[in-house]
Write a protein that binds this ligand. Sequence first.
Ligand code: FAD
Length: 409
Amino acid sequence: MQHFDVVIVGGGHGGAQTAIALRGQGFGGSIAIVGRETEPPYERPPLSKEYLAQEKPFERLYLRPREYWADKQVELLLGRAVTAVDPNRRQLTLADGSTLAFGELVWATGGDPRHLSCPGAQLPGIHYVRTRADVDALMAELPQAQTAVVIGGGYIGLEAAAVLSKLGKQVTLLEALPRVLARVAGEDLSQFYEAEHRAHGVDLRTGMAVEGIEGDGRVTGVKLADGTIIPADVVIVGIGIIPSIGVLVAAGAAGGNGLDVDAQCRTSLPHVFAIGDCAAHANAFADGAVIRLESVQNANDMASVVAKVITGQEASYAATPWFWSNQYDLKLQTVGLSTGHDATVLRGDPATRSFTVVYLKQGQVIALDCVNCARDYAQGRKLVEQRVAADPAALADPAIPLKDLVPAS
Ligand code: FAD
C-alpha cells in the first residue's frame, strides 16, 4: 500500500491550494491529491462565466501549469474517488478497491449540485454547473437550443442566464423565492439584478415553483405550479449544493450541513482536516455562527491555515470573506457577510450601473456589495474588518472616499 505524509482528497481550489501552500511553507514530505475529476486542478468560477461564454479556452483555467505538480512532487491521482476512510488505521479506500495510507488527511471535496426531485427530473437536456464535464455537456447542446430555462436565481443561475442571453438564446429564469439572490444579498441588489436581466431580454420570474419537467425522451419544457409550461430546449439548474461529506461522516466525523471544524480546520477525527465548501466553521464575520462558505477565498484561506498547522506553525482561520460575480458588463465584488443586517445604505445611483450597497448591523458596517465600483471595494474593506460605526449620511455620499471613514489607528 502506498503511503503519503499528506493525502488531500479533492483536487479543486482548496485541495490544490493546500499542496501549493505546503510546498510554499517548505514541507518536504510526500503529498498526494486524490481527485474524482480527471482534470488537474482548475478554476471553477469561469465555468458559469468566460468558459461557458466561449471567451476563455479550458487550458487557461488550470490553477498551475501541468508540469508544476510533478516539479513540486505532488502526486495527482485523478479520476479516482475516495469511498471509505479508516481513521484508526489512517487508511483510505478508492472506488477501484485500492488503498492508501496517510499521515495527515485533508478533506477538500466541495459539494455536489442539489438535484431537482420533481417529475421529469431525469430527462436528458437538464444540466447542472459544477464541473468541466457538466459545462461541456451543456455547451454541446447549445448550438441546437433556442430556448433555455434556468432554475434558480442565485449567482450561478444568474451568471448562466447572462451568458446564454448574450449567446442569443431565449432565456427564462425561475426563482422560487420572492426575489433573486435572497439568501446572500439585500433587496437593493436583488432589484438591480432583476432589472438588468430583464433589460437584456431575460424573462425573469420570481415566486415561481416548478411543478415538473416536461419532455418525451428529452426535455421540452418546464411546468409551473399554475400549469403554465415554458418551452425549453435545455434546462439549467442552480439550486445550491450538498456538501460531499458522506464518506467522512460514515468514518465517524462530526457534521451535518458540512463537516464540523475548529479554527485550525481540524475535524473531530484525529489527523483529519476539512476545508472549503464542505467545512462548517464558526465564522467571526457571522458573529461566530457555524456556517459554510462557498467561495474561492474561503477554500484558499482555509488551505493556507491547514498548511501552516501541518508544518507546525500557529494559525487560525479568521479571514475576511470576499466574493465576486460577473454578469454582462457588471462586476460585483462583495466583502463581509450581509446575513443578519438590520439596515442598508445605498451609495451611488444604481441607474449609473456603478454603486455600492453598505450593510449595517446595530450601526456597524458588516458588508459591502460593490457593483462596478472597485474603489469602494478596496477602500471599504477596513470598514467591514473593523466593524466601523460610520455615519450613514457619509456612507451614502460617493464624494466621500470610504477610506476617509476608517478611524485612524
Ligand atoms: P471544489 O473546488 O468543488 O473541489 C472539490 C473536488 O473534490 C471536486 O473536484 C470533486 O469532484 C472532488 N471530490 C468530491 N468528492 C470526492 C471523493 N470522494 N473523492 C475524490 N474527489 C472528490 N466562488 C467565488 O469566490 N467566486 C465566483 O465567482 C464563483 N463562481 C462559481 C461558479 C461556478 C459555476 C461554481 C460551480 C462555483 C463558483 N464559485 C465561485 C465557488 C467556488 O468555485 C467554490 O467555493 C470552490 O471551488 C470551493 O473549493 P473546494 O476545494 O471546497 O471544492
